[in-house]
Ligand binder design. Structure first.
Ligand SMILES: Cc1cc2nc3c(=O)[nH]c(=O)nc-3n(C[C@H](O)[C@H](O)[C@H](O)COP(=O)(O)OP(=O)(O)OC[C@H]3O[C@@H](n4cnc5c(N)ncnc54)[C@H](O)[C@@H]3O)c2cc1C
Length: 486
């Protein structure tokens, strides 16, 4: 069986040496740094669950490609059932981690690459699909974690890449030779790549022939020569850096959603790992198929799991405060459930209505309309859930003292007395639950949820593009026996 143990995963990552910077300093070891360590812990959990009889059905599946059991996060969906299982895995991982499973964007990129390399070979006679399948086989057999990188720094948004004074604000091929290609540029906001084995790279906005040098998709090891990671750093990162005990933090083990800018400074990619190079009309298909898959994931699956953590904390706080019978709190909890279920329904609908795309490729993708609707819906719903949680949690969410006070003999008894709400629960539990809500409502998750998988306007544009009003117009024509051609 091609499944690594969590320990084997960590050991295998130790053979890589990515060049990582955070807070102005080189990160000597991603295993020791308290912030980069969270990414490792999240991915590690995906290996643990795959081998746990209780969760293996969620986290693994049979791969016809290697005729073996593989981690679900390395599998390309070939049926509606696969898409539904994918959606359920997204919720499961998110509700248990409270952050990203960093294999997710790579998993979604595999779907786009499988479909579009097949399409390019069919239309253009290229040899990308087999190349990609060989790569995917290696990923499955070696049970690799793979990050997905699409977003680019970009220049003036109203101009095309070829008109930007700096041509490298999108990833660009600068050399092609008999062995492969050399690329220069960067990808930004990339989730957890330094603690994955590999990175799959998709193009972002290439449209015209002149932009052919930007029409690129490939895979590279996370520590390939020329790759540098410049990590995000926030007050939450500083807090983790300063923590004496992880249990002082809102999400002790798995932390925030960690991203980095990934710089490609003349990175060589051998042809065996190049899956798209110059075929500009197909760049958009790679982007839109990734978006279609990733929007179901981010909209209708992982945020459902995140909401479960928020709802759980609110319910506990309601009980700590003795507010169980208060109508408006119960209404707020009900509203959260409705928002969560609307998100879940959109995600499951996107999976259930999924189709083979392109027909004949064997690749199943979520329904495009529902995938976009699920992301658009959750962008707004998540802010609302955070607002409701803020009401139930009270000011303490942002005014609470450090959990360190519980270890300070001078303040311990005051904190225990005055933050107990007179309940039987330990004050430590009460503070930890508030700290979890601080992590959700007063941190990075609102903006992160809005922009991850694209901001709401991107979904609106897509929905407008897909919407076909013929069915609706015909209903009215038929009902009223309209004679006109409009
Ligand atoms: C937590 C997190 C994790 C992420 N992980 C990944 C990852 O793993 N891999 C990956 O590839 N990406 C990842 N992303 C990137 C994500 O997909 C982008 O943040 C998102 O697409 C928005 O792009 P941006 O951040 O550059 O915002 P912008 O594009 O700058 O958006 C800001 C505003 O400008 C508007 N705007 C931008 N361009 C135009 C235009 N041309 N016309 C009109 N309006 C415009 C937008 O609609 C929005 O209102 C992640 C993002 C976050 C927040």
């Amino acid at each position: 069986m091609a499944l690594k143990t969590p320990e084997e995963f960590e050991t295998s990552l130790r053979t890589r040496s990515p060049k990582v910077f955070m807070n102005g300093k080189r990160v000597e070891s991603i295993f020791e740094n308290p912030n980069t360590r969270t990414v490792l812990e999240s991915n590690k959990a995906s290996y643990r669950w795959a081998l746990d009889p209780e969760y293996s059905k969620i986290m693994t599946c049979h791969s016809p490609l290697v005729n073996d059991t593989v981690n679900r996060y390395t599998h390309v969906s070939s049926s509606v059932e696969d898409l539904v299982a994918k959606a359920e895995a997204g919720t499961f991982t998110a509700e248990n981690l409270g952050t990203c499973i960093y294999r997710c964007a790579g998993y979604d990129a595999f779907h786009s690459l499988a479909a579009t390399t097949w399409e390019m070979d069919r239309d253009l006679g290229t040899k990308y699909h087999h190349r990609f399948l060989d790569y995917l086989k290696m990923v499955q057999i070696e049970d690799l974690s793979v990050a997905g990188a699409l977003t680019e720094p970009r220049g003036h948004r109203m101009k095309r890449a070829i008109d930007w004074p700096d041509p490298y604000l999108a990833l660009k091929v600068i050399e092609k030779n008999s062995k492969g290609i050399v690329v220069r540029g960067a990808k930004i906001n990339i989730s957890g790549a330094y603690a994955c084995h590999e990175l799959v790279v998709l193009p972002q906005g290439t449209r015209t022939e002149e932009e052919a040098d930007y029409a690129l998709a490939f895979a590279v090891p996370s520590d390939a020569d020329g790759i540098t990671y410049v990590c995000q750093y926030s007050p939450y990162s500083a807090e983790r850096d300063l923590a004496e005990d992880l249990h002082e933090l809102g999400n002790p083990v798995f932390g925030q959603r960690e991203t980095a800018m990934v710089v490609f400074d003349n990175v060589f990619v051998p042809w065996e790992r190049v899956f798209h190079c110059g075929e500009t009309p197909y760049s958009w298909n790679l982007v839109s198929r990734f978006a279609r898959t990733h929007r179901m994931t981010c909209g209708g699956t992982c945020k459902v799991g995140f909401m479960n953590q928020i709802i759980g904390a609110c319910k506990l706080i309601q009980e700590y405060k003795g507010l169980e019978l208060v109508p408006h709190i119960n209404e707020e909890l009900t509203e959260m459930i409705v928002l969560r279920e609307t998100g879940r329904a959109c995600g499951l609908a996107a999976a259930r209505l999924g189709t083979e795309d392109p027909v004949g490729s064997g690749v199943f993708l979520p329904d495009e309309l529902m995938g976009n609707v699920s992301k658009l819906n959750i962008g707004n719903a998540f802010w609302r859930v955070m607002a409701l949680a803020g009401d139930i949690g009270g000011g303490l969410i942002v005014t609470m003292p450090s959990l360190k006070e519980l270890k300070n003999p001078e303040t311990k008894r005051y904190v225990e007395e005055f933050f107990s709400f007179g309940s039987d629960s330990p004050t430590e539990d009460i503070l930890k639950t508030h700290k979890l809500l601080q992590n959700w409502t007063a941190g990075q998750h609102g903006v992160g949820t809005w922009h991850g998988a694209g901001p709401v306007m991107a979904q609106k544009i897509m929905i407008e593009r897909i919407a076909d009003f013929e069915h609706e117009k015909n209903l009215v024509r038929k009902l009223l026996n309209l004679k006109g051609t409009s």
